[in-house]
Design a protein around this ligand. Structure first.
Ligand SMILES: [Fe+2]
Length: 210
């Protein structure tokens, strides 16, 4: 992830239409180039007046928001969290078949959830239960346990001391153009394009403390 101010909008690691038919091209374009771009611009505008924050990484700022200056705290939670969360979300999808790439993560999913299908069922239930806008995440607890959590708005699990393995954006802007208000159908779409390779890499980094 990009290091510090001025932050940039990381390019998608695939073409706008690469996740068709599951995630449509227009949604990807608006979501990445307009919505995420606005979070990046807002974050940079906020940080432009705070030189003492300009050398901090996103994670350093978001790990303990209570340490941020009060006038910009919520703005950084919203816009910095928006950049952090979306980067994980966009980089966590792929048009390729990647299940075989989850050598480290797969056995841990089986240990905590029984089967991949039961993991999907539980993850879907959490993603459906987010009231309004937010995310569902697969995270690693500080003691190494694998768990599913939700965050509202652009809050991020990093602020709760949790390490993110994978996450789904369930703001309506992520699916409304294609699925209207059918969030369940969008979650099913996401399961088709989730990058097990990216999740596996994040999991390995989590357990290695990186
Ligand atoms: Fe989003």
């Amino acid at each position: 992830m990009n290091e510090h101010y001025p932050f940039v909008n990381p390019p998608l690691p695939y073409a706008y239409d690469a996740l068709e038919p599951y995630i449509d091209t227009q949604t990807m374009y608006i979501h990445h180039d307009r919505l995420l771009q606005r979070y990046v611009a807002n974050l940079n505008a906020i940080l432009s007046g705070y030189p003492e924050l300009q050398n901090l990484s996103l994670e350093e700022m978001l790990r303990d928001p209570s340490k941020l200056p009060e006038p910009v705290r919520q703005g950084i939670i919203n816009n910095g969290g928006g950049l952090y969360n979306h980067t994980i979300y966009f980089n966590g999808m792929t048009p390729s078949e990647t299940r075989s790439e989850a050598q480290a993560l797969y056995p841990v999913i089986i240990r905590y959830f029984g089967t991949v299908e039961r993991f999907f069922d539980e993850f879907k239930a959490y993603a459906l239960a987010v009231f309004g806008s937010g995310y569902a995440w697969l995270i690693v607890e500080p003691d190494g346990r694998l768990r599913i959590v939700m965050t509202p708005n652009q809050n991020t699990p990093v602020s709760n001391g949790l390490c993110v393995v994978a996450g789904i954006d369930v703001w309506e802007h992520a699916y409304f153009l294609k699925r209207f208000n059918d969030r369940a159908a969008y979650i099913e779409d996401w399961f088709h394009v989730v990058s097990w390779e990216a999740a596996n890499e994040r999991y390995v980094n989590c357990i290695n403390g990186e």
